[in-house]
Write a protein that binds this ligand. Structure first.
Ligand SMILES: [Zn+2]
Length: 718
């Protein structure tokens, strides 16, 4: 429905103009920020970047998703109500971006570019060395310091009405549902009033998911003071009013004097995390067990490949069966034309050189085709090589080419071995007698801040156990499991080769999808590989396409990484709570995390009692996170995955919840930051400047400690 969309966007703009004139206020009168990013900042050619795009309509987003694009986040609501249209954060190349822009997409923000990863990693290491040189150690805390709806053509109902203060500013957010669900042109405007009589308005935007109306919503609005009333008005005449409540309306106990924190000094690779775990095990033998999980990963390894020929003309892809690190890197391959007539296709493989002698015809001309050569290599050396025709080279005459060297394309040394994934088990009673709480992170390789969160959390518990009575009490009452690096192979690839790597290193592609040009698109999305509500069960959000950013693998739990998470839950039936730590965007979510189409049929929703428990726990944890630097997870970003983010078919939290009965949450750490200059919320990305990643580790570790208190309190009530 592109045309209806356009008219909707237009009418929102008009309504905004009228509202601003009628009810001028400092907030609504603020000048809009710059609409686009300077051309110079955009990626070019094959360079990748993570960008926030404004798309012309929902159909454009649907097309983007269907194309298998690497969607990083989906800001479901326009961050400034005047923007209208659909926002998406996506990893694209310069070429892809040009195409999207020619189709009407606007770049709102370049969140990070390909080179930013290695630069920020290096910066963080440099900062850590400097801190060390200055003798800086961990931080120790100094002493503590309802609405009624009038029936008209439609009826409005406030789903959410909240305000909060953060960073010296006050924000208000509202979600309103209209009963006129099928009318795409209904506009809803919310007017706010403060105690001292200031007022203003903002427009809500219709939010649809999978073609179904959900509600009207806008991103948090900056207001001059605490609002005391909100009134929503629809273009059909419906109205509703509500006094906004304080969000989240909870407060965590302050950190006691002497509490130790800040154990993170730089970004950490899987190797760094492993070394830290080893040190902690030595340091705290009475409190900590290290669990070697049973499923070793493939390791930072790939087969070695080469194009024999020129992909621009004609080429065959030759690939080793073994990994490149198993003496296949550097093997040479070449094709030669015998100087004799009527020779059959033949080959030799000796001294690490594969030589293909092409078949010749009556005049001595080469008659072998690419297809024949590829089939021949695979049949002649089935244990050493596989070969396929490069995409676009089918049926062409095989060129004389090479020698060229097979290579696995991996740039780091010393990591080419299967990886034992490790979890920490922390507590005074690690015997299953206490309720278990699991925190796990970095299912997605590029989410570098997430292991910092879980490691900081673990280390706070260990370091404070002997000195802080509150921590000692928690470790008496709960059994804590921490899995900091779920996907180490992908993480190694993200740190060393391609910073936007999301998936693991398992390449299950066949045919031309194995062409080395696709090397940054291979892998399985670990968080789509679980057994409940998966793509294999007909749910939305995973893909059977091996190149998709959300490739679900060859079957449920086909991957070591996902199998490890499930084995933890299976082995330790006392685990009652789990937090799956991702980045970025600032979300707090719980099941259901997937729905099936048509009809947008979600996995079963928790019953009212359980939903209430989810919400209450969320408010406590969101409140705890906010005590650190004022970061507020928005009410609109707090709720079931399927409602606030998207359908993530086959994700881990759903299997933990539906199969094991574990209250399973997801964090997306790295909340958008309010930029008062542009009057816009800005995304932080997967690998923010280290200072931001560090801040995320601190505030979300505080949130995880509060999760332990939630677990303890709820166990005590039973
Ligand atoms: Zn993630």
């Amino acid at each position: 429905m592109p045309s209806r969309r356009t008219s909707f966007a237009l009418s929102v703009l008009l309504a905004g103009g009228v509202g601003a004139a009628a009810l001028a206020s400092p907030a609504s009168a603020a000048p809009p920020g710059p609409k686009t990013v300077a051309e110079a900042g955009l990626p070019s050619g094959d360079q990748h970047a993570l960008v926030r795009l404004q798309l012309p309509d929902q159909a454009a987003l649907d097309r983007l998703v269907a194309s298998g694009a690497d969607i990083a986040a989906r800001p479901a609501v326009s961050r400034s109500s005047r923007e209208g249209a659909v926002l998406v954060d996506v990893v694209v190349t310069g070429h892809e971006l040009s195409r999207l822009r020619s189709q009407g997409a606007t770049v709102l923000q370049v969140i990070q570019k390909q080179d930013d990863g290695s630069r920020r990693f290096a910066d963080s290491r440099k900062a850590a060395r400097q801190a060390l040189a200055k003798g800086l150690t961990t931080t120790t805390r100094r002493s503590a310091a309802g609405g009624t709806a009038e029936v008209s053509v439609d009826t409005l109902h406030f789903l959410q009405a909240y305000w909060w203060a953060s960073g010296g500013r006050t924000f208000v957010q509202a979600e309103v549902a209209t009963t006129a669900v099928t009318d795409p042109d209904v506009e809803i405007t919310v007017a706010w009033t403060t105690a001292d009589g200031q007022s203003g308005t903002f427009a809500l935007r219709r939010f649809e998911d999978a073609g179904e109306y959900q509600y009207h919503v806008a991103g948090p609005q900056s207001v001059p003071a605490r609002p005391i009333s909100l009134t929503a008005t629809s273009s059909l005449g419906g109205t509703a009013s509500k006094a906004p409540q304080a969000w989240p309306g909870t407060s965590a106990p302050p950190m006691p004097a002497g509490y130790q924190q800040d154990f993170i000094a730089a970004y950490m690779t899987p190797t760094d995390v492993k070394a830290r775990i080893k040190r902690l095990a030595r340091q705290y033998p009475d409190l900590l067990d290290v669990i070697d999980l049973p499923h070793k990963t493939q390791g930072y390894r790939r087969t070695a490949t080469a194009y024999l020929g020129d992909p621009a003309g004609a080429a065959v892809v030759v690939e080793s069966r073994r990994y490149g690190s198993q003496r296949m890197n550097g093997v040479q391959v070449k094709s030669r034309a015998p100087a004799k007539r009527k020779r059959p296709l033949s080959a030799t493989y000796r001294d690490r050189v594969l030589t293909i002698r092409l078949a010749t015809g009556p005049q001595g001309e080469v008659i072998s085709t690419t297809d024949q050569v590829a089939a021949f290599i695979g049949a002649r050396y089935p244990r050493q090589f596989r070969a396929s025709v490069e995409a676009g080279s089918g049926g062409k005459t095989m060129p004389v080419a090479g020698p060229t060297r097979l290579d696995d394309g991996l740039s780091a040394a010393g990591l080419s071995h299967p990886w034992t994934v490790q979890a920490l088990r922390i507590g005074k009673h690690r015997d299953g007698s206490r309720p278990g709480v699991l925190a796990y992170s970095q299912e997605h390789a590029r989410e570098w801040a997430t292991p910092l969160v879980t490691m900081e959390f673990a280390e706070r518990l260990l370091a404070n156990a002997a000195t802080d009575p509150g921590t000692a009490e928690l470790l008496e009452d709960v059994d804590v499991f921490v899995l900091p690096v779920t996907n180490p192979d992908g993480a190694n690839y993200s740190f060393n080769d391609y910073n936007f790597q999301r998936k693991n290193l398992d390449n299950f592609c066949t045919g031309t999808d194995r062409d080395p040009i696709n090397r940054n698109r291979w892998g399985v999305d670990v968080n789509r590989n679980y057994t409940v509500g998966s793509v294999f069960d007909g749910y939305i959000g995973g893909s059977t396409d091996c190149l998709s950013a959300v490739a679900a693998g060859t079957g449920e739990l086909s991957e070591a990484e996902s199998s490890n998470v499930i084995s933890l839950a299976k082995e330790h039936s006392n685990i009652r709570y789990a937090m799956n730590v991702h980045s970025y965007g600032g979300y707090f979510m719980w099941p259901p995390g997937a729905y099936a189409m048509p009809g947008r049929i979600t996995l079963p929703r928790p019953d009212a009692t359980e939903e209430y428990a989810f919400v209450q726990a969320a408010k406590r944890i969101v409140g705890a996170i906010s005590t650190d630097r004022g970061t507020m997870t928005w009410p609109s970003n707090t709720g079931p995955v399927a409602d606030v983010l998207y359908s993530a078919g086959g994700n881990s939290a759903d299997q933990l919840y539906y199969e094991f009965g574990i209250a399973a949450w997801d964090f997306e750490v790295g909340n958008d930051l309010w930029n008062p200059t542009t009057n816009r919320w800005a995304g932080v990305g997967f690998q923010p400047p280290y200072e931001e990643a560090h801040a995320e580790s601190q505030e979300y570790a505080t949130g995880l400690v509060e999760l332990l208190r939630v677990a303890r309190d709820s166990a005590a009530q039973r």
